[in-house]
Design a binder for this molecule. Structure first.
Ligand code: TMP
Ligand code: ASP
Length: 232
């Protein structure tokens, strides 16, 4: 199979005109990949957790690129034309919004906040507004409006799901693309690499912040997320 793209945590292969295979690697990176490590087993956990999340979204009527999990580390997906956009949805303050705007960590936002980041390594994924996205021709106004709508719907679904499994969805990142049939869809992955998840009772961080800030064993956090979402 032809390798179409290799990112920090995944490889994407072309299967045929309409489909791709995503391979989840064990590489963990943070802070623009200035911090990097191999964490044996992370890829398996992220593929498994992402597959569960995509299935849930599909069941709830959200279009995604997900077709099926084909092996421990591989997911079959529809080929999508990706928007150069990282869409972050926040329910509770943490991470860059604290640094940028001076929030204390852990403040519940009055309503979910949607932020756009320009997916551009050279520029270090800067925060942008809708007008910037239009000027940069990342997507048109209508598409951006639809993306916000879908992002908020995904947030409602995921927040409720995680809550029912004893986890707080603090914030998360989504990527979007157009499927072969032209539909707007959620793509990439939904895993503890891309979501901040705290234990609802103890507040313990179970996501990639464990790696970013050396808070404890990364895999242990991800394993606990998987156990929870599998109903354990
Ligand atoms: P941030 O607080 O660093 O802006 O991150 C917000 C959320 O987005 C958090 O759940 C982690 C996720 N995220 C990614 O998935 N990829 C990234 O490159 C960054 C910076 C954040
Ligand atoms: N994934 C990004 C990186 O590799 C940033 C992050 O998630 O902290 O640098």
């Amino acid at each position: 199979m032809k390798l179409l793209y290799e990112g920090k945590a995944k490889k994407v292969y072309e299967v045929d005109r309409d489909k791709c295979l995503i391979y989840f690697k064990d590489t963990a990176t943070a802070f623009d990949a200035t911090k990097k490590a191999e964490v044996e087993g992370k890829g398996v956990l992220n593929n498994t957790i992402s597959s569960i999340m995509f299935k849930l979204l599909e069941e709830k009527g959200v279009k995604t690129h997900f077709i099926e999990r084909v092996s421990e580390r591989e997911m079959l997906v529809w080929k999508a034309e990706r928007f150069d956009l990282e869409v972050v949805i926040r329910n509770i303050t943490a991470g860059s919004i604290c640094k940028r705007l001076g929030f204390r960590e852990g403040e519940k936002l009055r309503k979910p906040l949607v932020e756009f980041f320009y997916k551009n390594d050279h520029l270090h994924d800067p925060l942008i507004c809708v007008e910037h996205a239009i000027l940069l021709r990342i997507a048109d106004k209508k598409t951006l409006r639809d993306i916000v709508k879908i992002a908020l719907k995904v947030n409602t679904i995921l927040k409720r799901f995680f809550k029912s499994h004893g986890l707080l969805l603090v914030d998360f990142k989504l990527e979007f693309g157009r499927l072969p049939d032209g539909a707007l869809a959620v793509i990439d992955e939904i895993s503890p690499d891309t979501c901040r998840l705290w234990d609802a009772k103890t507040g313990e961080k179970l996501d990639k912040d464990r790696f970013r800030f050396d808070l404890g064993d990364l895999l242990e956090g991800y394993r606990r997320v998987l156990e929870r979402v599998q109903g354990g």
